[in-house]
Design a protein around this ligand. Sequence first.
Ligand code: UGA
Length: 432
Amino acid sequence: MKLAIIGTGYVGLVTGTCLAEIGNDVICADNDSRKIEVLNDGGMPIYEPGLKELIAKNRTEGRLSFSTDIGEAVRVSDIVFICVGTPSREDGSADLTAIEKVSQAIAGSINSYKLIVEKSTVPVETGEWVKRTIHTFKKEETDFDVASNPEFLREGSALDDFMHPDRVVIGVESERAEKMLRELYEPLNTKIVVTNIEGAEIIKHASNSFLATKISFINALSNICEKAGADVDAVAEGIGLDKRINTHFLKAGIGFGGSCFPKDVKAFIHISEKLGCPFNLLKEVERINEMQKEIAVKKVTEMLWNIPGKVIGVWGLAFKPNTDDVRSAPAIAIIKRLQAEGAKIKVFDPEAMETAKSKLGDSVTYCSDIYETAKDSDCIILMTEWDVFKEVDWNKIKDAMKQPALMDGRNLYDPDELKNLGFKYAGMGREV
Ligand code: UGA
């Protein structure tokens, strides 16, 4: 099939590349000429393991191209995917101006039947607006359908998630649209859930909100475990081995971040209020997530007595491992709070140093490895559980530090081992 992907951000690039890989002719279009230039030169605007190589392969094999000409991409395609950003507004609602702009651009270029698919995460009711916009602005008398096909890709494992999904969700209003999308996803050989557009839009928000709820549940529980003298990881295993609960997304820590959970939980709260059914449970999910960062700061303060003038080494800036993404990363928020209290911060992350510069500027010292970060530090905080942080020569770290203290924000280390080596240790929801 011939496909146009509008928007070459994270979702658009992964979706377009993977759809090319399963045999489609794909044009990824974006009005950001700089981004398209980078892609056409073989560069990458984002970091995602394996994506660069898969893009190169599909370009060489002639199934994938990049263009700034959105109109032309629409004209030559059967299916047009909308993959533009839907950031949070001040009030928590999703900013849908990019979706409207792209809908108008698509309408201006429709020359024959097109299936227009929302891939961006949008609140329920957006499909209806896209439909209305295309009706209003289309210049030629031609049929079209709108569908919703949310993505469930995790940064860092997006290619594998695309190729081996648990399910594909399609929200459609016509048999023609259903048939086209079924055919498109057939090579993935997976369960396809078919619903109306509203159902698919809600599935996306509800999936992310449910996962965020699991994380806040275990984080709230971690604080109870700590006070009661239990270990939250053992408790999580004990509850998670019940198949109805399962062990995924039950890892306690400094909270969830990224470009999806915080934004989607907010947008779901907002749309539920608009629909007259306030989803207050999700407000508590947000509150617990904020509280985890406060707790992390408090633990550091308890270890160091006074924060002003103390040097704190930070291991990990990305909101999770295997990505350079620092959007809503707990590490950034915690660093800013400690800086506000007078701490001096040294940081190291294997991939996210450049992206972090946009948030931290020159207010921190950027280091080249964990040992440099530890040098003359009063405390180390493990913020992101990258593999490189699993192999540590603790004696070398201890010798480099001013005083050996570790705040393990992801419960990565063995507390007994560290205490035996003479470290002060604090974890999240662990017996101390
Ligand atoms: C999330 C969803 O997992 C994807 O299914 C969805 O497609 C994507 O959002 C999206 O809407 O585009 P992602 O943001 O890449 O994917 O990150 P996750 O792997 O879900 O992790 C989110 C955050 O939760 C991270 O900060 C992570 O450290 C934290 N987390 C995760 C925990 O604190 N504990 C856990 O047990 C799991």
